[in-house]
Design a protein around this ligand. Structure first.
Ligand code: PRP
Ligand code: ADE
Length: 177
């Protein structure tokens, strides 16, 4: 990727200590969209990334909610469908559901069962990987559709947390923190 664009992008990601809870340094992707040149850099980086996948992917999935900022655009550049993965009870029609364990309690994600066909190659998109829990659960959920997750793509990776080790698929990140 273009190193000037990467620098511009990184310089415009605001960090908020102790949000949403003590000890968390929150990386706010939305701050990028307040700045025209950073926003353009992100757009250009996403386009180049998407074009590098041309012919290799059949369908793009993204994780609620910040993944929805990028999934539809990547799908459009590649000329393939975009399909959302959402928290329980938000998607109409017939859905596949996965319940998974968190540090405390459980979470539940869903995808529409006609969102992917058996044997299709998929990309999953999100803004950030921390523990890797969301991407890992999404990979598992898509397995129930018979879809093959070829790659996961995030803008930001919290490298110290080693989330990519948990994910049963290749993980590509634009920026590492
Ligand atoms: C954030 C982020 C990723 C996830 C990463 O989403 O957008 O989806 O956490 O963390 P993990 O790698 O430890 O799973 P959040 O659950 O805050 O939801 P939001 O995008 O709707 O704000
Ligand atoms: N999701 C999980 N950890 C996060 C962080 N540090 N900043 C933004 N989103 C997150």
């Amino acid at each position: 990727p273009n190193s000037e664009e990467l620098k511009l992008l990184k310089d415009h990601i605001e960090s908020f200590p102790d949000f949403p809870s003590p000890g968390i340094l929150f990386r706010d992707i939305f701050s990028v969209f307040r700045n025209q040149s950073a926003s353009q850099a992100l757009h250009s980086l996403l386009k180049s990334y998407a074009l590098s996948l041309k012919g290799q992917i059949d369908v793009v999935f993204a994780i609620e909610s910040r993944g929805f900022l990028f999934g539809p655009y990547i799908g459009q550049v590649l000329g393939i469908p975009f399909v959302p993965i959402r928290k329980k009870g938000k998607l109409p029609g017939v859905v596949e559901r996965l319940e998974y364990g968190l540090e405390y309690g459980t979470d539940c994600i869903e995808v529409q069962e006609d969102g992917g066909k058996v044997g299709q190659k998929a990309l999953i998109v999100d803004d950030l990987i921390a523990t890797g829990g969301s991407l890992t659960a999404s990979c598992q959920l898509l397995k129930t559709l018979g879809v093959e997750v070829v790659e996961c793509f995030v803008i930001m990776e919290l490298a110290d947390l080693n989330g990519r080790q948990k994910v049963p698929s290749k993980v590509v990140s634009l920026l590492q923190f």
